[in-house]
Design a binder for this molecule. Structure first.
Ligand SMILES: [Zn+2]
Length: 330
C-alpha cells in the first residue's frame, strides 16, 4: 500500500499563454501530500525567524537608546564640568583683578601716609624704598592679569590663583603695617594740632594796626629811651580782646602801670599778657580757647589813649610777640 503510494505518480500540466508549448511535470503522488506539510513547516519556521528577528531588532534599538542616553548623560556631565572650570577660571581672573585694584589702593594709601608724615614733619618712611615697594606690589600682578589675558588651561588658572593668593597675603601684611603707621600718623597729627592750638598765632584785637613795636623806644611819658616789653595795638574802647591760643587764665587784676590785665598760660613755657583793658571777662583758673573773647580794649593804667599792650612770655621772660602773630589763621 505505502510502496504503491510512493510509486504512484501524478501529472502537473503547466499551460502558458497562447502559442507556447504546454509543459508537463510528472511527480510522485507522495509530493501531493508532503508539499502542504513542508510548506507549513517552512511557514512556521519563517514566522519563528521573523519573530526572533523582530525581538532582536527591538533589543538592538533598546541598547542603542541606552547607549545614546548614557552618551547624553556623559556629555551633560562633561559640559557641566567645563562650565564649572570656566567659572572657576573666571573667578580666579576676577580675584586677581580685585587683588590688583587692592594693590593700587594700597599704593595710594602709602602715598597718603607719606604726605601725612611729611606734614607732621616726621618722614620716617624712606621714599625710595616705599616707591620700590609700591612698584613691586603692582608689577607682580600687572605681569599676570590685564584686559586681554584669559587663562587658557588649568595650569594658567592654578598659577594665577597661587600668585593672587601670595599677593593678597603680602598685602594683608602691608595693610597691617599701614594701619599701625596711620595710627601713629594720626597721633602725630593730633599732637601737631594740639601744639598749634596752644601756640599764640593770631591778632589779639580786631584791629591789626600796630602803634608801638617790641624793643627800645622813647617812652611816651618821659620821652627817654626805654625798653618796650610788648606790642601795642590801636583800637577803640570796648573793642573785643581775644586769647591768642588755648590756655588757662593764670592771673587777672588791676595795677597802676598795667591797668586791668589778664595773664593766660598756654603750657609749653608760653604765657600771653593783655593790658590796659576797660573790662576783664574771665576769671583766674578759667580755660579759654584760641580766639575766645576774654576782655574789652581800654586805656586803664599807664596809657596815653585806647590801645592793647600785648606781651608774650617764654619761660617767664618777655620775648618779641611778632613771630607769634605772623601766621594769620582763618
Ligand atoms: Zn605797650
Amino acid at each position: 500500500m505505502i510502496r504503491d503510494w510512493l510509486t504512484k505518480k501524478f501529472t502537473l500540466l503547466i499551460i502558458p499563454e497562447a502559442n507556447r508549448q504546454v509543459r508537463r511535470l510528472r511527480l510522485p503522488a507522495f509530493w501531493l501530500y508532503a508539499a502542504p506539510g513542508i510548506a507549513g513547516i517552512v511557514l512556521a519556521a519563517s514566522a519563528l525567524l521573523a519573530a526572533n528577528h523582530a525581538a532582536l531588532l527591538h533589543s538592538r534599538d533598546a541598547l542603542a537608546a541606552d547607549a545614546s542616553a548614557a552618551q547624553d548623560a556623559l556629555s551633560a556631565t562633561v559640559a557641566a564640568k567645563d562650565a564649572e572650570i570656566a567659572k572657576l577660571q573666571d573667578e580666579v581672573v576676577r580675584l586677581s583683578q580685585e587683588a590688583e585694584a587692592f594693590a593700587a589702593k594700597m599704593a595710594e594709601l602709602r602715598a597718603l601716609e607719606r604726605e601725612i608724615l611729611a606734614l607732621s614733619g616726621e618722614d620716617d618712611v624712606p621714599t625710595a624704598e616705599a616707591a620700590r615697594a609700591d612698584g613691586d606690589a603692582v608689577s607682580v600682578l600687572s605681569a599676570n592679569v590685564g584686559g586681554e589675558f584669559v587663562p587658557v588651561d588649568a595650569d594658567d588658572a592654578l598659577r594665577l590663583s597661587e600668585e593672587t593668593r601670595d599677593a593678597i597675603a603680602a598685602m594683608n601684611g602691608e595693610a597691617e603695617r599701614l594701619e599701625n603707621a596711620l595710627q601713629e600718623a594720626l597721633k602725630e597729627a593730633e599732637r601737631v594740632a594740639y601744639l598749634r592750638r596752644i601756640t599764640p598765632s593770631i591778632y589779639p584785637t580786631t584791629s591789626t594796626q600796630i602803634t608801638s613795636f617790641f624793643g627800645y623806644r622813647k617812652d611816651p611819658f618821659t620821652r627817654k629811651s626805654a625798653y618796650h616789653r610788648g606790642i601795642d595795638f590801636g583800637g577803640s574802647v570796648g573793642d573785643p580782646i581775644f586769647a591768642t591760643a588755648d590756655g588757662t587764665v593764670s592771673r587777672t587784676g588791676y595795677e597802676r602801670a598795667m591797668g586791668n590785665y589778664i595773664y593766660v598760660s598756654h603750657g609749653n613755657g608760653l604765657e600771653t599778657v593783655y593790658m590796659h583793658l576797660s573790662k576783664t571777662l574771665v576769671k583766674k583758673g578759667q580755660k579759654v580757647k584760641k580766639g575766645e573773647k576774654i576782655g574789652l580794649l581800654g586805656s586803664t593804667g599807664r596809657s596815653t589813649g585806647p590801645h592793647l599792650h600785648y606781651e608774650v612770655h617764654k619761660n617767664g621772660a618777655a620775648i618779641n610777640p611778632k613771630p607769634y602773630i605772623q601766621h594769620q589763621e582763618g
